[in-house]
Design a protein around this ligand. Structure first.
Ligand SMILES: [Mn+2]
Length: 238
């Protein structure tokens, strides 16, 4: 991680005005996970902030935002922001109508992991090696001294499961696995995250896969074992 960038981010988010947190229109698992995990971090710092997205959350992700923290841009009053933290956008127009909430001089903190990012921010942190933007948020929160409790851990797991195709894609790195298996999850989560977000057309297969991955990840202790005994009760579930 580039220390100068982290210092710049910290300076902007420490200003007295609230922070605007946003991402691309039509949010997905990675962008929702990043935004709400970063919201949780700013809340630990007693920082004022608003999270706004252009487009409703897909039904399968609504369980992540039970308190309806994410607002549509037309429900937010434009104001002076200490900065806009923008996740997962290759260019500013990707935030859609959230642009209406920005002033010409709003500092933009651009955090992304995609090739082709146009570095439109006042601060640009682009890490193409990150499997998910959630991986970057995890590192940012840690380096700035934040705690990852159960809710942000679920959020960041959602980010990583979404963008790695449940640990299938080649973007899944040893670092990804260490984050998921290490101190982000000191206590095993229940299976609600992996089971909920893997629901798809092949529900039984997905359910089984989600169960296996979660349980393997909860049980490894700095050593990945590529197998898991599946009891009859699990097969009966599917
Ligand atoms: Mn992503």
């Amino acid at each position: 991680m580039n220390k100068r960038i982290i210092k710049q981010i910290e300076e902007y988010i420490s200003r007295p005005e609230p922070v605007l947190i946003c991402a691309h229109r039509d949010p997905d698992g990675d962008s929702i996970g990043c935004q709400l995990a970063f919201y949780d971090f700013l809340r630990q710092r007693r920082k004022g902030m608003v999270v706004s997205n252009d487009g409703e959350l897909p039904a399968k992700y609504q369980f992540l935002d039970r308190r309806r923290i994410i607002k549509q841009p037309d429900k937010v009053k434009p104001r002076t922001w200490s900065a806009a933290v923008i996740f997962e956008c290759s260019s500013l127009d990707r935030i859609g109508r959230v642009q209406d909430l920005l002033a010409p001089d709003t500092p933009l903190i651009n955090i992304d992991h995609h090739n082709g990012n146009r570095r439109f921010g006042t601060v640009n942190w682009v890490d193409r090696d990150a499997s998910a933007c959630g991986e970057m948020v995890y590192r940012l929160v840690r380096v700035l001294g934040g705690r990852i409790t159960r809710w942000p851990a679920e959020l960041l797991l959602t980010s990583i499961i979404t963008d790695t195709g449940r640990f299938h894609y080649k973007s899944t790195s040893p670092r990804t696995m260490r984050i998921v298996a290490g101190d982000m999850f000191p206590h095993p989560l229940d299976d609600s995250v992996s089971l909920t977000i893997t629901l798809g057309p092949e529900v039984p297969k997905q359910l089984l896969f989600g169960f296996v991955v979660r349980s393997v990840i909860c049980r490894i202790d700095h050593q990945l074992r590529g197998w898991r005994r599946i009891g009859r009760h699990v097969l009966e579930k599917v």
